[in-house]
Design a protein around this ligand. Structure first.
Ligand code: ADP
Length: 212
């Protein structure tokens, strides 16, 4: 993509249920030269030693949630918040604003016309308010379950539990601006991505006159 624009890049948020195909779709956009910002990667960065996120976690949960080398002991933290909504909310109140802020900062450095921000829990976290468009990858629930069990080697009860903890398929479909249907072969994604790519390039150009 041409790297000549001065204006902020159009922010397209990519979402979808677990194992719906977000990573697969994101990689196809990346092959077209679209910069990707992955909030899962940023979520790991904000809790690295020396980061304010980790300091706040220690303040709130104590140093029991650290490994001997001072890194975050994720499984200890998971155990602390598992089945305890109050504790989970405390953790989210620390992490979500930091993840949001770092993600938006990363998007401000993008020089291409648009970027794709991968946010698995887009509507659940309210991140949809911070992007210009939401693109959802949708897979029929039975196929999503099959792919999840295959990929993560999880049993059915565990896979169903995770899927049910996320926004349901129909709600996600109706809340998104754009959809990619991932019910067939992976090849069928390519053309959908190309059409959307052209559309996002157009949209990013159309908004230029109204930008300061
Ligand atoms: P997400 O990033 O949304 O969790 P992935 O892109 O990792 O989902 O896809 C979940 C799994 O399903 C992966 O193992 C991926 O290779 C596989 N997959 C994705 N799309 C298809 C498809 N159209 N047909 C079959 N398998 C697929």
């Amino acid at each position: 993509m041409p790297a000549t624009r001065q204006l902020p890049a159009l922010k397209v948020g990519l979402t979808g249920g677990i194992a719906s195909g977000k990573t697969t779709v994101a990689n196809l956009f990346a092959q077209l030269g679209v910069p990707l910002i992955d909030t899962d990667v940023i979520a790991r960065q904000v809790v690295l030693p020396g980061e304010p996120g980790l300091a706040r976690i220690i303040e709130t949960f104590g140093s029991d949630v650290l490994n001997a080398d001072g890194t975050l002991n994720r499984s200890a933290l998971r155990t602390r918040v598992f089945n305890d909504q109050k504790q989970r909310e405390k953790l989210e109140a620390i992490l979500h604003p930091l993840i949001r802020q770092n993600t938006l900062q990363a998007s401000e450095t993008v020089i291409e016309p648009y970027c794709l921000i991968v946010v698995p829990l887009m509507f659940e976290s309210g991140f949809n308010e911070r992007v210009d468009r939401v693109l959802a990858v949708v897979t029929p629930p039975d196929e999503q379950l099959r792919r999840l069990m295959l990929r993560d080697k999880s049993d059915e009860a565990e896979a169903v539990r995770i899927i049910n903890s996320q926004l349901n398929h129909d709600a996600r479909m109706s809340a998104a601006d754009d959809l990619i249907h991932n019910s067939g072969e992976p090849d069928e994604l390519v053309q959908q991505v190309e059409v959307l790519h052209e559309n996002y390039l157009k949209l990013s150009m159309q908004r230029e006159p109204s930008q300061p």
